[in-house]
Design a protein around this ligand. Structure first.
Ligand code: SAH
Length: 255
């Protein structure tokens, strides 16, 4: 039996045209695909008709498949000679637990090949013409999660606000919908000005993408008023001001 292989593949933010060529080749070559729920059906449809597809996400009324079960399944399939592709939204190593998965598989003796994807925060910013590190507005960018892992304390948003202000860092916050009030209050307490512009982007790069522009002082209010829900990223910082989405709004809001 030929040896199996295991790929951890980033499916990008949604638009199939944003897949890398490597990711596309891996998807087409898979005999078994394990698919997260942020991955759209148009990407899964690129797989061979002979491939088996298993959805392991939390949505659609089912509980999330336990991580340990997914890892055991991958392990067994590779040992049986399957070409396994674990398809994850965005980039496999930006949140979404790809790091843990690769670690567990390697510990069990399975070599994992990781293929990058375009992470949601990059796609969200670019879709609105926002250059995250525009030289006149930012010296760097931070990718942050609003959702702490089990048993972990959340981020110190006050400290992050202080750093973002002092070092002119654009903040890209994933999974921030539930903790938006703490994010807003903490960043303000850290000294990030209330008029700092914020872009909220849902379903970045998909046909049903939606966005809202606000300022930090009214972030949680704007989120509620816009009705934007997960999956949503917040892009916070002066770099947002230079995006093509803001020009019209900026005048009316005096951003
Ligand atoms: N690995 C993924 C992130 C997984 S964590 C990546 O690199 O993009 C899940 C979070 O990612 C969501 O709660 C949301 O904050 C963000 N997200 C994923 N896809 C998104 C999309 N198309 N538009 C906006 N946010 C998205």
């Amino acid at each position: 039996m030929p040896p199996g292989r295991c790929f951890l593949v980033g499916a990008g933010p949604g638009d199939p045209e944003l897949l890398t060529i490597k990711a596309l080749k891996a998807i087409q070559g898979a005999t078994l695909l394990l698919v997260d729920d942020l991955v759209g059906e148009d990407i899964v449809a690129l797989a061979s008709p002979r491939a088996r597809v298993i959805h392991v996400g939390k949505r659609g009324g089912c509980l999330s498949t336990p991580q340990a079960f997914i890892e055991r399944l991958m392990l067994m399939a590779v040992q049986e000679g399957e070409i396994v592709v674990r398809l994850k939204g965005g980039d496999p190593f930006i949140f979404g637990r790809g790091g843990e998965e690769a670690e567990h598989l390697r510990a069990a003796g399975v070599e994992v090949e990781v293929i990058n994807g375009i992470t949601a925060g990059l796609a969200a910013a670019t879709s609105l013409g926002i250059a995250l590190t525009h030289r006149e507005h930012a010296h760097g960018v931070m990718f942050l999660t609003g959702h702490a892992g089990h048993g972990q304390a959340g981020l110190d948003w006050c400290e992050i606000g202080r750093t973002a202000r002092a070092a002119q860092i654009t903040l890209v916050i994933y999974m921030g919908v539930a903790s938006v009030r703490e994010v807003e209050a903490g960043l303000l307490a850290g000294g990030l000005p209330a008029r700092t512009p914020v872009a909220l982007v849902r379903n970045a790069s998909r046909a049903d993408q939606e966005h809202a522009i606000a300022d930090l002082g009214s972030l949680s209010h704007a989120l509620q008023a816009s009705g934007l829900a997960s999956p949503c990223v917040f892009v916070i910082g002066d770099a947002v001001r230079a995006g093509n989405c803001v020009a019209a709004l900026a005048q009316s809001m005096a951003l």
